[in-house]
Ligand binder design. Structure first.
Ligand code: CMC
Length: 393
């Protein structure tokens, strides 16, 4: 084992070359295929961003309309899959449902690398996944509140379709709200990729064994679920609610976050790569103020969040460790304003991150240098021992 270099958590180990996303953690820069996150958040649509990430260029009119058609035509789930939603225990976490159904969708779809025309089959498979993930998320929510499913509609945009499937019912029609739809579009874009994070590396790890795309994405969703990763957005909202409802002070929460004997961490703060303000958090903070002002929303959790941020930014512990708000800090408050329940927040992250996962899976498969991922270890167990018979133990 003398040749093995130990790097817990891969702080300094590059697992691949990649041309998809550029992150500069010191300066707080994020670009997808060279385009700044600020420009994309303001000007792009989520399907356009998905195309950019997966295929490397912004789609032209023809490509975009072709992609839109594929998204529309592939939004439905096979009816046999509906059992997954109806027969899960009440209170089942929607991330568990999402990962299971995504894997199951693969069972209803021929594996694209068996197909004669690999490029068009890949296009169909990925558009199908990007479209269906929204249907799965909305159906999981509807099942959890005991309401009938609302099916996707051809004439709606990506975001409008999702909000309609989530919130309309026979007695309570969904009225399109362009401000909320635009906000959702931006949220999905800022989540769309972030180079070799835990879930993306998982997708690459699983995909490196040549497991199919559905299985690889299913694994990525499971990795995202954890509170140190995508699950942080749910944890942020729970912390804010706890402060608001229990009367816990900001000082008490800060003290708890800094106490090394307490496993509690201030979710929504800190990042492995960003040692400055996360540019995605900046975009979302600005968006939140715009949405709240235009929609006349007042959420007391926002006041709590602002105070918490102010306290953290001037606290020695946070300053020394360069712990700034990350993408998860403000996303939950925005989703709350849309009516998305707290346990669905990580699902929203997964919908946004899906194009990034697919782009990395494709990049790995297209790279002639890629190999099955197989890290080494440093063995710390016993040296060779003699067998002990059962009656002598
Ligand atoms: N609250 C309190 N202390 C923290 C926090 C936090 N949120 N984040 C890091 N620290 C401390 C940590 O205890 C350590 O202190 P010390 O040097 O005294 O041991 C130091 O800061 C460095 O932390 P680390 O855990 O070694 O850093 P990491 O790069 O391994 O972890 C992180 C990065 C994001 C997992 C971590 O900052 C964290 O747990 N944050 C809270 C969870 C969170 O918001 N996750 C979302 C990340 S962004 C979106 C995504 O990836 O999904």
């Amino acid at each position: 084992t003398g040749l093995v270099t130990l790097d817990y958590g891969y702080l300094n180990t590059g697992s691949t070359k990649s041309a998809i996303t550029y992150v500069n953690g010191e300066k707080g820069i994020l670009r997808y295929r060279g385009y700044s996150i600020e420009d994309l958040a303001e000007k792009a649509t989520f399907p356009e961003t998905a195309w950019l990430l997966i295929y490397g260029e912004l789609p032209n009119q023809e490509q975009l309309s072709h992609f839109r058609t594929l998204l529309t035509e592939n939004a439905l789930l096979h009816e046999n899959l509906l059992h997954f939603f109806r027969e899960m225990p009440p209170g089942a976490h929607p991330m568990g449902i999402l990962s299971s159904v995504v894997n199951a969708v693969g069972l209803f779809t021929p594996r694209f690398y068996d197909d004669e025309n690999i490029a068009s089959a890949f296009e169909l498979t990925t558009a199908g996944l990007i479209s269906k993930i929204r249907t799965i998320a909305a159906f999981a929510y509807k099942a959890s509140i005991g309401e009938p499913f609302v099916y996707p509609e051809a004439e709606r945009s990506y975001c409008s379709n999702f909000l309609n499937m989530m919130f309309s019912s026979k007695t309570r029609p969904y009225h399109p709200d362009p401000i909320m739809e635009k906000a959702l579009n931006t949220l999905l874009i800022v989540h769309a990729d972030h180079e070799q994070n835990c879930s993306t590396s998982t997708v690459r790890m699983v995909g490196s064994s040549q497991a199919n795309l559905y299985a690889s994405i299913c694994a990525g969703i499971c990795a995202l679920w954890g509170p140190l990763h995508g699950g942080a957005n749910q944890a942020v909202l729970e912390t804010l609610l706890r402060i608001q409802q229990s009367g816990m002070t900001i000082e008490q929460v800060m003290a708890k976050a800094k106490d090394k004997n307490d496993p509690f961490r201030l979710s929504g703060f800190g990042h492995r790569v960003y040692k400055s303000y996360d540019p995605r958090a900046k975009v979302l903070k600005k968006l939140m103020y715009q949405v709240f002002e235009r929609e006349h929303v007042h959420d007391p959790l926002l006041d709590v969040a602002i105070k918490l941020e102010e306290a953290a930014l001037k606290d020695d512990y946070f300053v020394e460790r360069k712990l700034y708000p990350n993408v998860d800090f403000y996303s939950g408050i925005l989703y709350r304003a849309m009516g998305i329940p707290t346990n669905m927040l990580t699902v929203m992250f997964a919908i946004g991150r899906l194009p990034g996962w697919i782009a990395h899976w494709k990049e790995m498969h297209d790279d002639p240098q890629s190999k099955i991922n197989r890290p080494r270890q440093i063995y710390t167990g016993k040296t060779e021992r003699a067998w002990i018979d059962r009656d002598k133990r």
